[in-house]
Design a protein around this ligand. Sequence first.
Ligand code: ATP
Length: 253
Amino acid sequence: SSELLAGAGAWPVTLLQQVDSTNAESQRQLATGAKPPFLIIAEQQTAGRGRRGRSWVSPFGENLYYSLVLRITGGMRQIEGLSLVVGLALLHAIRDAGVNDVGLKWPNDLLVNGRKVAGILLELSGDPADVCHVVIGVGVNINMRNVPGDVIDQPWTSIRQVLGEQVDRNRFVDRLNLQLQRYLDSHGRNGFAALRSEWEANHLWQGRAVSLAAGVQSVEGRVLGVDDTGALRLDVDGVEHVFSGGELSLRLR
Ligand code: ATP
């Protein structure tokens, strides 16, 4: 089927043919009083977003553009490591679809053979110590085949390109919902610390020499892993340094 269905998951779903961005739509719904949890899925985004104002290429009918909106009641512990936990859930959903060699790149990219297959964009609103909402935006390249020219300025792939066959997006949404329920539940109960070793075991760049960029500044080191909050641990000239924050970008050296 080429049409997404508003499937019978645990969260109420709004399915849109076209939207600027499922995260932006989620924020509007929150602002007009919608009560989480809820899910927004669109067939197309006209202004799909990545981190730092970058755009997410979102053609009609081929991929998944998905935002899950949750209310955060457990304070900072429920937020620390959350985007990495979403990465783990997405990793398993993609594996369940038959892509065995998918892996993670800190903080939350999903790569197959060095090519980006999915992205995650978390947006928090409110005060984590009080009432707070998180919009968990997920874009997954499911059946995308042709993107004109240099529209995506880094190597990408889709599940279809890896498997060589059309993929049922509704089944993928069901798998993703299940994996997210499982991992969000674990994270909510035990925090990121309990998932840390599983995350590191799936980190493609564990032990690798990298440079970590924050805007124009960068630091070179070797990846040691992550800490209990999901921050990146780097060996920089024999000394362990810890880095966190949404503006950081990792490259192989
Ligand atoms: P990096 O990991 O390279 O620092 P990032 O995490 O900042 O990137 P995101 O914000 O997650 O990247 O995603 C935006 C970037 O992803 C875009 O600048 C583009 O290079 C790439 N991109 C955009 N659309 C897609 C897509 N559909 N599939 C794969 N990659 C895409």
